[in-house]
Design a protein around this ligand. Structure first.
Ligand code: NAP
Length: 245
């Protein structure tokens, strides 16, 4: 039996990943803050899965998750898909908003890394952790200061932790999505003009789908990626690396 943890399981990418992994017969632990949405997701999935409603920006919240995992089978993999978005230039960003972006994107990634790495260190079985970066970590996009800094931190976590835990059998990688249609980004593509402008930024000529991202996460979690660690996979329609005009 394969056991995966998905944090941010009720989100756009997390819920598609949950459907994908549950359909393959895997056992899931699904975490997010809102229990009603977790229960609705569980109701739509094949199989019975563990639900954990907790805030993963706090140590106490991460301990709730650790306690829930303690009586479960060992984790084979975890996808941390919690995050938030703030598009504002630095001079208009309140310090509290900066801190909130750091908490949702970087603090939560650290707390989940610490939890998963601790469990794997203790038992020394092969496992895979996938974190969520962003195309904005590697490309200077205007008004992305807070999220770019937080996700660059996530990429630093990936590389260092991949080195630290390689000998323990824990692989650590990340996806770096381009603009992907989920509840997180709904406010950015409310008009046809905004959607067209965002689409035009991506060389492959469309926005990302949650399925694009979930497929990449599922690959990095799987044994097919068993020789891949310390990598950040751009799932971004070419935005992060290409200039086509
Ligand atoms: N969509 C994109 O275009 C895009 C681009 C670049 C990077 N990403 C990254 O990809 C990841 C997934 O994005 P998404 O688009 O799927 O986001 P989403 O639809 O907003 O989903 C976020 C998920 O995280 C949960 N969550 C939020 N804050 C939490 C907290 N403090 N503790 C526990 N759970 C929390 C949410 O549920 P609750 O609110 O119930 O807790 C939800 O399940 C994020 O890290 C995001 O930064 C996405």
């Amino acid at each position: 039996m394969t056991h995966y943890l998905i944090t941010g399981a009720t989100g756009g990418i997390g819920s598609v990943l949950a459907h994908r992994l549950a359909a393959q017969g895997n056992t899931l632990t699904l975490a997010a803050r809102n229990l009603e949405r977790l229960e609705a997701l569980q109701g739509a999935l094949p199989g019975v899965h563990r639900l954990v409603d907790t805030d993963l920006t706090t140590e106490a919240g991460a301990e709730v998750l650790a306690a829930a995992l303690a009586d479960q089978p060992p984790l084979d993999g975890a996808a941390h898909l919690v995050g938030s978005l703030l598009l504002k230039p630095a001079h208009r960003t309140d310090f509290s908003a900066w801190r909130a972006v750091m908490a949702a994107n970087l603090d939560s990634a650290f707390l989940v890394l610490r939890l998963v790495a601790g469990a794997v260190q203790a038992r020394r079985y092969p496992a895979s952790l996938v974190l969520a970066s962003s195309v904005a970590a590697g490309l200077g996009l205007a008004n992305h200061e807070a999220i770019a800094a937080a996700k660059a931190g996530v990429e630093g976590l990936v590389r260092s932790a991949a080195a630290t835990y390689a000998a323990s059998g824990l692989r650590v990688n990340a996806i770096a999505p381009g603009l992907t249609a989920t509840p997180l980004t709904a406010g950015l593509i409310t008009s046809e003009a905004a959607r067209a402008a965002s689409t035009a930024m991506h060389p492959l000529g469309r926005l990302g789908t949650p399925e694009d991202q979930a497929a990449a996460v599922a690959f990095l979690l799987s044994s097919e990626a068993s020789w891949i660690t310390g990598q950040v996979l751009g799932v971004d329609g070419g935005l992060g690396r290409l200039r086509v005009r």
